[in-house]
Write a protein that binds this ligand. Structure first.
Ligand code: ZN
Length: 246
């Protein structure tokens, strides 16, 4: 089975559509979305509806989805992010709000686990990017493969020897081969708001039959998505950020 794992669309319809057509060419059987469908961008409803329309899709709750539905308080976010969330709240359709409200924070299948942030305690929204947080994933979730997002940067974390961990940034179409008992934490990056300096989306494909994970980057119309942020009256910072991939 080929599973596309993607996250952090952040209401960026241009990026989402580019992702969906890129993935459609790669013989995907199933999709797992790690959340943050909304926040920052100008098309929250269209992005939610696009994700829901994917064939065989599991969708998880992200911290922006939680704030947009008052599962958590948007007052815990920084001022600009909160402004985008308030803007989003005013525009979500009832059906899309209900959809976000009912998203689970964790998905588990066999010895694989998926969450927006650390699956160790998913609603604490902990970034998995250092030794302490990665070790909790590797040794407390009891999963061989852990898939996370939330940092907006693709990443592979693997135990090397003793208690050491290696942190590797995968390139476009880089393949990680899986061996039985291999324990890995993989971050799929972000579809709609990359933060690694490349203004391009990212996701990964887990191929369970071929025992490999492929990391993908794709381009999209960044200028159009940024222009829509300006036209919507959302904080200009989010448009500038998209153009720089930061
Ligand atoms: Zn996010």
């Amino acid at each position: 089975m080929r599973i596309a794992v993607f996250s952090d669309i952040h209401a960026n319809l241009e990026a989402f559509e580019a992702f969906a057509s890129d993935a459609a060419r790669r013989r995907i059987d199933k999709y797992v979305c790690l959340g943050d469908l909304v926040g920052y961008g100008a098309n929250p409803n269209a992005c939610i509806e696009g994700v829901r329309a994917l064939p065989q899709v599991e969708v998880l709750l992200g911290n922006h989805d939680a704030a947009a539905t008052w599962i958590t308080s948007p007052y815990e976010m920084n001022t600009k992010a909160r402004e985008a969330i308030m803007w989003t709240m005013d525009r979500l359709t009832d059906a899309n709000r209900a959809f976000l409200e009912n998203l689970p924070p964790l998905y588990r299948e066999g010895n694989h686990v998926w969450a927006h942030a650390s699956p160790f305690n998913p609603k604490a929204w902990t970034y998995v990017q250092d030794h302490a947080s990665a070790r909790l994933c590797l040794w407390r979730t009891r999963a061989d493969l852990t898939f996370v997002a939330h940092t907006h940067r693709p990443l592979v974390i693997r135990p090397t020897r003793m208690l050491r961990l290696a942190f590797e940034t995968p390139e476009h179409e880089e393949v990680v081969t899986l061996t039985p008992g291999n324990r890995l934490v993989c971050n799929c990056g972000s579809v709609g708001q990359s933060r690694d300096g490349l203004p391009a989306g990212s996701y990964l494909v887990l191929d369970t039959d071929a025992a490999r994970i492929e990391f993908i980057r794709f381009g999209y119309d960044v200028e159009k998505a940024a222009q829509k942020i300006h036209s919507a009256g959302l904080p200009a910072f989010f448009a500038q950020r998209l153009l720089k991939g930061q």
